[in-house]
Design a protein around this ligand. Structure first.
Ligand SMILES: Cc1cc2nc3c(=O)[nH]c(=O)nc-3n(C[C@H](O)[C@H](O)[C@H](O)COP(=O)(O)OP(=O)(O)OC[C@H]3O[C@@H](n4cnc5c(N)ncnc54)[C@H](O)[C@@H]3O)c2cc1C
Length: 488
């Protein structure tokens, strides 16, 4: 049996990001993917500023930017075309140092992540290798794999199941699943326009009880349409080209576009109850699934990867005890549950097929002042006992652009960073010397302003760019390090 540091099951976006975060840290990684090529059916088209910041950390944001455009906004309209509610994306870069969101093409992005990974000699990618068993033997994560050369087996210190909605790792862990009961079929159609056509610049959610649907502007001449299947419809019938032309006739004539791809998906809202079993972890769609209305499915998987990567590194490096790995589920599960709740609220607005209810919904919304009909992406904090409700801890650190035009993350250390003026005790000096903490005791103007505004002498930032603690007194640092199970 071949042994390694980390096994990743599946090679979708969650796994590619996790590998790209772990590879530069030197760990030996083996990735097993059943398919030979990147999945090419229509899936994610939007990611947010936090995800772009993770790409920045990987060193890919500038390349990814070339194939994306800034999100403009989203309108919810009723069956008469009247706007019920809307979101207008700010035109300026936001507090995380990036625009609020970007529209993109998932296979292109996955290709870029794979290309970046190819530069690391410590990462082995096994395509066309289906993982058939996952188990724990004497503290080691073990897998059985069926590949072109027959059956093989591998083991690792840690295994992360990033194997999507039908996860083999999840089945092996035999976990409980919380199902929100939101199963619904939709047809998803990607087209390429043949020429200039007057279509909306924003995403539009048509909250039409006769046929809830979504229009999404995507890069270049491509556009996305998503239409809900009604009670008497089935996947085989609705995927016929004649039927697709009929569905799109509300927007386009058949001579105005070419169908790139189409698929019927059943959307679900699910969260796995246990994300960790000893040295086995679940991440991405293997741990949670949600309808795509908020565009957070892939984003959530990538945020899982960013949360878990540095914790695995700290434990492997013996900076922290194994306890740190329990914070992964404690922080990410409540976060994802809140994302799903917001998504389900939006799903309910969009997917109503009861005409009476739709009228009541419209009347209620039209009575509200315009300011209350504005949609804003929810601000969600990490879960877990370390982060109390009122504080900024558990939220992403702001990323100001310095006067010299540098994005602030570029100044942070590779492990923990303490920003602000603090007393350097003997213990802190030891942690600085061991490179666990980088001290930036002369914050730049923008960061100092933020610290003053939050009455913070200093803040402790984690490698995933979240604020772990406000440090006003030496005890605050001690407490934060103990919450992270740091050994020193
Ligand atoms: C129509 C639609 C629109 C969406 N829009 C958005 C959006 O705008 N924004 C957003 O953030 N998200 C969106 N999503 C969700 C997003 O596409 C998924 O959440 C994301 O792809 C999940 O990534 P993952 O890496 O966790 O899993 P996957 O992408 O499913 O990757 C899992 C991989 O594991 C492999 N695998 C599975 N089992 C095995 C095995 N036994 N052995 C080896 N390999 C295995 C699979 O082949 C696959 O390659 C959308 C989804 C859909 C369907």
């Amino acid at each position: 049996m071949t042994n390694t540091d980390i096994i990743l099951v599946g090679f979708g976006p969650t796994s590619s990001v996790l590998a790209n975060l772990l590879a530069p840290l030197g760990w030996n990684i083996k990735i097993f993917e059943q398919n030979s090529k990147i999945y090419d059916l229509p899936r994610a088209v939007f990611f947010d500023d936090e995800v772009m910041r993770i790409f920045q950390k990987i060193g890919l944001s500038e390349d990814i930017l070339k194939y994306t455009f800034k999100v403009r906004g989203m309108d919810l309209v009723n069956q008469d075309g009247l706007t019920l509610s809307s979101y207008e994306a700010p035109t300026q870069v936001g507090p995380l140092g990036w625009h609020a969101g970007y529209m993109f093409h998932q296979p292109t992005l996955e290709g870029q992540l794979r290309e970046k990974l190819a530069q690391y000699t410590n990462v082995e990618i096994h395509l066309e290798h289906r993982v058939s068993t996952v188990s724990l033997v004497n503290d080691k994560a073990c897998i059985g794999v069926d590949g072109p050369n027959g059956a093989e087996s591998y083991s690792a210190k840690f295994l992360i199941g990033c194997c999507g909605a039908r996860s083999i790792t999840r089945s092996a862990l035999n976990v409980d699943i919380r199902d929100y009961g939101a199963d619904q079929q939709w047809i998803v159609i990607d087209i390429e326009l043949n020429g200039e056509v007057d279509l909306p610049l924003n995403t539009v959610q048509y909250c039409d009880p006769n046929r809830p649907s979504t229009y999404i502007p995507t890069p270049d001449q491509t556009r996305r349409f998503e239409l809900m299947l009604m009670a008497d419809e089935n996947a085989d019938d609705i995927l016929r080209p004649e039927k697709i032309s009929e569905l799109l006739a509300k927007w386009l004539n058949p001579d105005q576009y070419r169908i790139i791809r189409s698929a019927v998906y059943e959307f679900h809202a699910l969260v796995v109850e246990q994300w960790r079993h000893d040295n086995l972890f679940l991440a991405g769609d293997a741990a949670h699934q949600m309808p795509p209305f908020l565009g957070q499915g892939m984003c959530s998987g990538i945020k899982d990867a960013a949360n878990l990567a540095w914790k695995l590194d700290f434990v492997l490096r013996e900076f922290a005890s194994d306890e740190l790995l329990n914070t992964y589920e404690a922080e990410r599960k409540p976060y994802v549950e809140k994302v799903i709740e917001s998504d389900l609220w939006l799903s309910k607005m969009i997917q109503t097929t009861d005409r009476e209810l739709a009228i009541q919904r419209d009347q209620y919304l039209f009575k509200l002042p315009p300011s209350e009909r504005k949609l804003e992406p929810p601000t969600i904090k990490l879960g877990g006992p370390a982060f109390d409700k009122e504080s900024v801890c558990g939220l992403p650190t702001p990323q100001p652009i310095t006067q010299g035009g540098i994005k602030h993350d570029e100044l942070l250390g590779k492990n923990l960073t303490l920003i602000g003026e603090v007393l350097i005790s003997e213990d802190l000096q030891k942690l600085i010397d061991s490179s666990l903490i980088t001290l930036l005791n002369k914050p730049n103007e923008e960061m100092q302003e933020w610290l003053n505004e939050h009455h913070a002498r200093a803040i402790l930032i984690r490698p995933d760019r979240y604020i772990q603690a406000i440090v006003n007194y030496p005890n605050d640092l001690e407490k934060a390090l103990s919450e992270l199970s740091i050994t020193y």
